[in-house]
Design a protein around this ligand. Structure first.
Ligand SMILES: NC(=[NH2+])NCCC[C@H](N)C(=O)O
Length: 402
């Protein structure tokens, strides 16, 4: 197999990344639905798109190929047979069984769209009033099919690890269908089909999201145990990777983080920016250095050993082999700057090469500190994108790193 994916670290030079440009789905957030849709405010779409375009341009200026998932989905749905099958599956995932009148209505309605309009519609959602009140079953919200406003956080519905990926079962209903779109692309798109290992499908009981998965090096993962990722899921993933001849992973460090919307994934509080340098939100460390962790290691005999750890620096030293570790604190560790900048993804750096990152411009205290620690920082505008509670790392799924 010629692999289509190669991600063996968090910091190797980034060559290809998966994005989603924010679309009309953001205009379908209302104050009443905001909480359920996992937003804390309603972004101004036009500005969010301009900011996202500038982010993508920054990536391209740095030599990164930008792939758009909506384009890959459209490529696949150009095939009429796959389109009809997938539309049916998509409607079913929204809760309408194939033998119901609403299912038939939706199917008939969506059949009338061109491929690119259909893709935009799948993300934007379908309103009841698009049906001239022909519906037989009354529904409580203005939407028959909810919008997918979180789709621009492409990091979460899957996690690329090595030459394969997990296709994730997501925690909240509003994000569940996002990974169906990843599955479609990985199954049918010629660039990926047959060229990727699937470590874990979405047909599982336990939840895991990509924002929790960090590749410390070619044989070590750090995974957040969070609001979104259960320990059972991480143990299952570790077991699969430890056994597979196609995976080099033999160590998984599970890090327990608080269950809250501000810290929904590990990458909201911790990222890696260089071989020995990490960003860290001090608010999750007890006494400035402790956090609950479980280290799972496969010994050469194949036996898996589990151990508890609490000292973050000592444990990172243990798993990376780096002696001189540098934790760069969000907001320079000041309690006010740190919590304000963490809220706007000040810890959520996207590393594009060892010691080189993209961050939001608004987190100026954290950005200055990164520079003082020798990191090259490319800043991007962020007044609207940040309202969805995600930063540059959340908005990218690396496909290929050196
Ligand atoms: N990898 C991340 N931190 N992603 C951020 C996702 C934000 C999104 N609103 C959610 O709650 O799901």
């Amino acid at each position: 197999m010629v692999p289509a994916l190669q991600v063996n670290s968090e910091i190797g030079r980034l060559r290809t990344v998966l994005l989603k440009r924010p679309g009309d789905e953001l205009e379908n957030i209302t104050p009443a639905s905001m909480g359920e849709l996992l937003f804390d405010d309603i972004p101004y779409l036009k500005i969010a798109q301009a900011e996202h375009d500038a982010f993508a341009a920054t990536l391209r200026e740095q030599g990164v190929e930008t792939l758009y998932i909506e384009q890959l989905v459209a490529d696949v749905l150009a095939d009429a047979h796959i389109r009809s099958q997938f539309t049916a599956q998509f409607i079913t995932e929204h809760g309408y069984q194939p033998d119901t009148p609403t299912f038939a209505d939706l199917m008939g309605y969506l059949r009338g769209f061109s491929v690119s309009d259909l893709v935009a519609k799948l993300y934007a959602g379908v309103r009841i009033d698009e049906f001239d009140n022909r519906l037989e079953q009354p529904v409580q919200t203005p939407f028959l099919m909810q919008p997918l406003p979180n789709a621009y956080f492409t990091r979460d519905p899957q996690s690329v690890i090595g030459n394969g990926l997990t296709i994730n079962r997501m925690t909240y209903p509003v994000r569940q269908v996002e990974s169906l779109l990843t599955e479609l692309v990985m199954t049918y798109h010629p660039r990926f089909a047959g060229h990727v290992n699937i470590w874990r499908s979405r047909e599982v009981e336990t939840c895991l999201e990509g924002g929790d998965v960090l590749i410390l090096n070619e044989h070590t993962l750090a995974v957040g145990l969070s609001e979104r990722t259960e320990q059972a899921a991480v143990s299952e993933l570790a077991e699969t990777l430890f056994k597979s001849v196609d995976s080099q992973i033999d160590t998984v460090l599970m890090i327990q983080i608080p269950h809250s919307h501000a810290t929904m994934h590990l990458d909201t509080v911790f990222t890696m920016v260089n071989n020995n340098q990490f960003t860290m939100y001090p608010g999750v460390l007890a006494g400035g250095k402790e956090i609950e962790m479980v280290l799972a290691r496969r010994k050469s005999s194949g036996e898996v050993v589990l151990g508890r750890r609490t000292d973050l620096i000592a444990t990172l030293r243990e798993v990376t082999g780096e002696v001189d570790l540098d934790l760069i604190l969000t907001g320079a560790g000041d309690p006010v700057h740190a919590s304000r900048e963490q809220w706007n993804d000040g810890s959520n750096t996207l590393t594009i090469a060892p010691g080189e990152v993209i961050t939001y411009d608004r987190n100026h205290v954290s950005n200055n500190l990164l520079r003082e620690h020798g990191i090259i920082v490319h800043e991007v505008r962020s007044s609207e994108l940040s309202r969805g509670r995600g930063g540059p790392r959340c908005m990218t799924q690396p496909i290929w790193r050196d």
